[in-house]
Design a protein around this ligand. Structure first.
Ligand code: ZN
Ligand code: ZN
Length: 214
C-alpha cells in the first residue's frame, strides 16, 4: 500500500486558521481588530493530555466540540459559547468505569497587548491575546477541571462495595450479608444478645465488665 495519505474529509477548518503546532491556538488575523467584528466558530479539537482531576478527566485525544463566538471588542476578543466534552474515569464508591459528557458555557475576554485592560489587570486575572493568536486551551481546560466532580459516581445512588467481600453492592441481592462475625466483634455481639435476653439490665454476677466496652 502506498504511504500517501489524503486529509480526512472535513478535518481542517479553513473558516478560522489554526496554528499547525497547536490546534487550540487560533489565528486572529482574519477576525480583524475592528470592534464589532464577529465570527461564529464550530470545531472539533482533540483534547490535550492532563485535563482532569484524580478520579475523572478528558481522555487524551478525545473529541472536544466547540461552538463559539469570537467578538472583537475595544479591549480584546470576547470568546463565548458552548463546549461539549467527553469525560471518563472511575466511580469513587465502587471503582466501576464512569463515562459522561459535560456541556459547559464559556465566556472570556482575551485582552489585547497595550489595552487598558492589560495595563490594569494581572496576567492571571485576565487572559491575553498572544500576538496574533488566542490560546483556547487554558480557557477550556479550566472550565472542564472546575466542572469535574471530585467524587464521580457510576449512578447517583451507587451503594459502593461490600466491606466484607469487596463486591459491588448494587450487583448483589438486597439481603446480601455475611454470617461470619469478625472475631474482634464476636464477644461484643454475644454480650449484646445476652442483654437483649435479660430485659433487667446487667446482673450482679456479670459485673466483670470488659475494659474494651464503651
Ligand atoms: Zn459505583
Ligand atoms: Zn459481601
Amino acid at each position: 500500500m502506498p504511504a500517501t495519505s489524503s486529509p480526512r474529509p472535513g478535518a481542517p477548518s479553513s473558516d478560522v486558521r489554526r496554528s499547525a503546532a497547536d490546534p487550540w491556538k487560533l489565528d486572529l488575523r482574519e477576525l480583524g481588530r475592528r470592534a464589532g467584528s464577529l465570527r461564529e466558530w464550530d470545531a472539533t479539537l482533540p483534547a490535550p493530555a492532563g485535563w482532569g482531576v484524580e478520579m475523572i478527566g478528558v481522555p487524551e485525544g478525545a473529541p472536544v466540540q466547540l461552538h463559539l463566538r469570537l467578538e472583537s471588542v475595544m479591549e480584546g476578543v470576547l470568546v463565548s459559547g458552548q463546549v461539549d466534552v467527553p469525560v471518563a474515569g472511575q466511580c469513587a464508591r465502587c471503582l466501576e468505569p464512569v463515562t459522561d459528557a459535560l456541556e459547559l458555557d464559556v465566556q472570556e475576554l482575551y485582552a489585547y497587548a497595550g489595552s487598558t485592560t492589560e495595563a490594569t489587570s494581572e496576567e492571571d486575572e485576565v487572559r491575553r491575546v498572544d500576538g496574533e493568536h488566542l490560546d483556547l486551551g487554558p480557557l477550556v481546560r479550566d472550565a472542564v477541571v472546575l466542572a469535574l466532580p471530585l467524587s464521580p459516581t457510576c449512578t447517583p445512588d451507587c451503594a459502593g462495595l461490600c466491606a466484607d467481600c469487596g463486591e459491588r453492592l448494587d450487583d448483589l441481592p438486597a439481603d446480601h450479608s455475611h454470617e461470619v462475625i469478625d472475631p474482634r466483634w464476636a464477644g461484643l455481639a454475644a454480650r449484646l444478645a445476652a442483654k437483649t435476653d435479660s430485659a433487667e439490665g446487667p446482673q450482679p454476677g456479670s459485673a466483670r465488665t470488659n475494659p474494651e466496652e464503651i
